[in-house]
Write a protein of this length. Sequence first.
Length: 557
Amino acid sequence: MVQFNEEKSAERIKSLRKQDEEELVRILSEKYGVQYADLSQTAIDSDALKIVSEEEARSLDIAVFSRLNKQIKIAVFSPQKENVRNKVQELQDAGFKVGVYMVSRRSLEIAWEKYKELSFATKTKSGILEISNEDIEGSIKKVLDIEGARSLISEVLTLKKGSKISKIVETILAAALAVNASDVHIEPEEEKVRLRFRLDGILKDVINFDNETYELLLSRVKLLSSLKLNVQKDAQDGRFSIYINDSEIEIRSSVLPGAYGESIVLRILNPENLKASMNMLGMDEDLYNIVKKEISKPNGMILTTGPTGSGKTTTLYAFLNEVNNPDIKIITIEDPIEYHLSGVVQTQVDKKKEYNFSTGLRSALRQDPDIIMVGEIRDGDTAKIAINASLTGHLVFSTLHTNSASGTFARLIDLGVDPKSIGPAINIALAQRLVRKLDDRYKKKIPLEGRDKEVVLKVLSGIKDKSKIPQTDYVWIPELPSGSEETGYSDRVGIYEGILVDSAMEKLIANEPQESDIKELAKTQNIMTMAEDGIIKVLSGVTSLDELRRVVDLENL
């Protein structure tokens, strides 16, 4: 008995129809005096496709499918149409030597489908990824929140393997930029790979994806960052830049071996986030006036301290913006240069060329600067040179990793700096943290009572000027609609403390005091501590008490 296979029969009919269509187009191509092409049998050049946008290609029923220097091949469905002939002439006027090929609509659909596989980015030079494609810029505009970012990335994850390679990193970065993320975390686990964004200092889950996609993404990141593809058991650090909307954004990449693969972290150094002026930092008015006076002095050192991610670099840039004028020379030594300042000589450390903070600082001092900014004091050599520079007529801005302003002096002594030179060199030591600001759309006022009130009143007892306290009856918390993925916070603001090195403080530092002694003497300067500054912001409705507790220990003051 003969069995009829309906599926195979349908495929056969479909194949015959394709053949008939191609044969008809071949015959018509001879009639119109143009060459014939079957794009299902031809490699389509991605660079050639970019010559004509997808929108225009579809509207004209054309596709540029091959390019060799200025020689291109263009597939057309109707070569006799006036708008098609005009486009061919336009390409010729642009300097291209154009070969016209008549194709079937099926062939054009194959070519148009390839637009989806075009990378959003092109590597313009070593370490530079140029993202200027209209599609990705449009995507950034469409992504308003984490759900939009998730949707955009999910769309790319559904593409075929070849398409993912070209788009995955660019799409993740586009989504991260759209929601103003500071870091992208890609973490392989036993059965999945987890993607998270750091938003306003807090990590937020975005999406989980498969290991095959992760392997493609890892290779792409390593290539862009000039990391070794065959090294999987050692940590590697690299960097690359993306260029989008006329702005260059540096990406610092870190790859760390783990139990299930290499963890990837991409830190996004967006210059737009560093354009803060001093009055936008969030300093208390009294401290603001003190700092403004100290950075206007001709010499000395201003140190900003705090952990990684506490906004120290932003504060330093705000200081530079404040003092920058045509009458002085400013030189910076940074790792990396995060924001280009007009009229400032900015240099970047380079381990390969043995140009680090200490060698950079030595070189800068030979350039007759008025102000020097050292991105970070990491070792004794840099600390000693910076201290010496501030004692010999230069104003020095820098950062240090300590938990408090009072810890600055002990840290410098640990680095080998003579205690007797610290006091005369330093004008003021600052410490800072960043707290998330409450989103006005989701703020809810509640009474301040119980243990919370006890903590608040204890902190406030140290403030001499009680006029700074707005009230002590209530605080605000975020209240979100059911099912909302919002955090209830938007943007961040600094909380600060400072210790002014006056004559009394200078004498104390020279004797290598305990940190507690420095704190006690600092109380006489009537500059608020970070806890006090934070509580004032809580009582003013800027942030919540829980958010302040996240960055400052209020229980053990």
